[in-house]
Design a protein around this ligand. Structure first.
Ligand SMILES: Cc1cc2nc3c(=O)[nH]c(=O)nc-3n(C[C@H](O)[C@H](O)[C@H](O)COP(=O)(O)OP(=O)(O)OC[C@H]3O[C@@H](n4cnc5c(N)ncnc54)[C@H](O)[C@@H]3O)c2cc1C
Length: 412
């Protein structure tokens, strides 16, 4: 595999050209990727597969319990309203997840299908159906009566129909990130647990990053894929551009001996204010109430579920899945999303340092795209961008959130 010296790496990336392979002259890596979640983990793997010497650093580990990628499961679906770019990426991502399952020899994906439950056609649903048709995505409109027959474990009260996407699925989230990091290592990448301090320096090129507790790392380029931590790493640039609301997720037990709520007997579902998945890996039926706007600190806040949200979840069960209403809560998870102002991903160079890249802003929908994001970021960092039209979509926007996620009073 081709390896680039630090100087030639920078030159190549800046020129946007593919360089001839050169012999590395320094022990330092070509690229340091900070953050081993869906964005950083896949980016590091792709950079490594392109032949670069890569060090991947994470403060807590791949798919850790604080990371946005650290949940049990994440959904993959193509339906995205009129946001066709993400539908196209999701189609590509599905293919890549399947290919990686083969390569890694691990099950990462469950094809569950997804029901978008609707009380009428909204603009978003119409746009989803149109994009499905345009891109040749299999889908079906299931009317109320048919829904009741096909899924008797679900009460379709108030639902006119469901837009069904049979190809949608559920990904094993934290497990996948551990597997990606493992394969990054098998392919010659270097992983270490360390916390990168927010970068400082007055020049136009960043020389090194300091690690909390001592030491530093020096490379040709740096990718900060720190998910919900990005506002802490770049407080001036991103403090008001990424907001990190908490998301409480509940896993309920099913009655004993009852497999109606297990994969593959029930698809994922999206309802007004809620979504959920069938029981996968025997963790329980997953239900997530949406709409919370309480900022959450990924380092410091306790991951104890909110009692009010559990009440909301049970009220939903009573309405939609009555046989689960009195079943026990098996587990709850509290995570935080990393919302950008327009819910688009952020991939761009830092305005000050020409060798520093920011990749994040997954905005509650980034996990599924990990393999595509990783390839995209790796190409941009290497100066081989094949989709220049996306630069504007993924740029930090001028709008800002009214309040910042972190007041600056709390230290980590
Ligand atoms: C409850 C919930 C449900 C979701 N559901 C879905 C879904 O169904 N489908 C979907 O596609 N997406 C979903 N998402 C969104 C998706 O999970 C995220 O967009 C995605 O995982 C973000 O990945 P990331 O790599 O940017 O961030 P993270 O996974 O948070 O990774 C960032 C990493 O950076 C590390 N780090 C941070 N700062 C430093 C530092 N200074 N030094 C070293 N390491 C550092 C952290 O330890 C962490 O591991 C959901 C998110 C949540 C919270």
């Amino acid at each position: 595999m081709a390896r680039l010296s630090r100087r030639s790496f920078l030159k190549t990336a800046a020129a946007g050209a593919v360089a001839a392979p050169l012999v590395r002259t320094q022990p330092s890596p070509d690229v340091v990727v900070v953050g081993a979640g869906a964005f950083g983990g896949w980016t590091a793997l792709h950079l490594r597969e392109m032949g670069h010497a890569v060090t991947l650093v994470d403060a807590y580990g791949p798919g850790n319990g604080r990371a946005a990628s650290g949940g049990e499961t994440r959904q993959i679906r193509v339906g995205y309203g009129d946001q066709e770019i993400y539908s196209r990426w999701a189609i590509r991502a599905l293919g890549k997840w399947k290919a990686r399952e083969q390569e890694f020899g691990e099950r990462l994906l469950f094809r569950t299908g997804r029901l978008q439950l609707a009380s009428g056609w909204t603009e978003e649903l119409r746009a989803t159906a149109q994009v499905f048709e345009k891109l040749g995505v299999e889908s079906e409109v299931i009317p109320h009566d048919e829904l009741g027959k096909r899924y008797p474990q679900m009460r379709p009260e108030g639902i006119e129909f469901a837009l069904f996407e049979p190809g949608a699925g559920v990904l094993r989230a934290r497990f996948s990130m551990q597997v990606v990091a493992e394969w990054f290592g098998k392919k010659g990448g270097t992983f270490r647990i360390a916390r990168a301090e927010p970068p400082t320096g007055t020049g136009s090129t960043l020389d090194r990053i300091l690690l909390a507790g001592g030491g530093s790392l020096s490379a040709g380029a740096y990718v900060f894929a720190c998910g919900p931590w990005l506002p802490k790493v770049f407080p001036e640039l991103l403090g008001r551009k990424i907001f990190t609301p908490r998301r409480d997720t509940f896993f309920f037990g099913a009655p004993s001996g009852d497999d109606r709520f297990n994969y593959p007997n029930l698809p994922n579902f999206d309802d007004t204010g809620y979504y959920g998945f069938p029981n996968i890996d025997s963790r329980g039926f997953k239900l997530c109430p949406m709409g919370e706007r309480v900022a959450f600190d990924p380092d410091l806040d306790e991951r104890v579920h909110n009692a009010y949200l559990l009440t909301r979840a049970r009220a939903f069960l009573a309405r939609r899945f009555p046989d689960l209403e009195h079943q026990p809560l098996l587990e709850s998870r509290v995570c935080q999303t990393e919302m950008s102002v327009d819910e688009n991903f952020i991939v761009q160079k830092h305005p000050q340092w020409d060798n520093v890249w920011i990749a994040g802003g997954g905005s509650g929908h980034g996990f599924k795209h990990g393999p595509v994001v990783g390839e995209y970021v790796a190409r941009r960092v290497s100066g081989e961008d094949e989709e220049p039209e996306l630069e504007a979509v993924f740029r930090i926007k001028p709008e800002a959130f009214a309040e910042s996620t972190f007041s600056g009073e709390r230290r980590y």
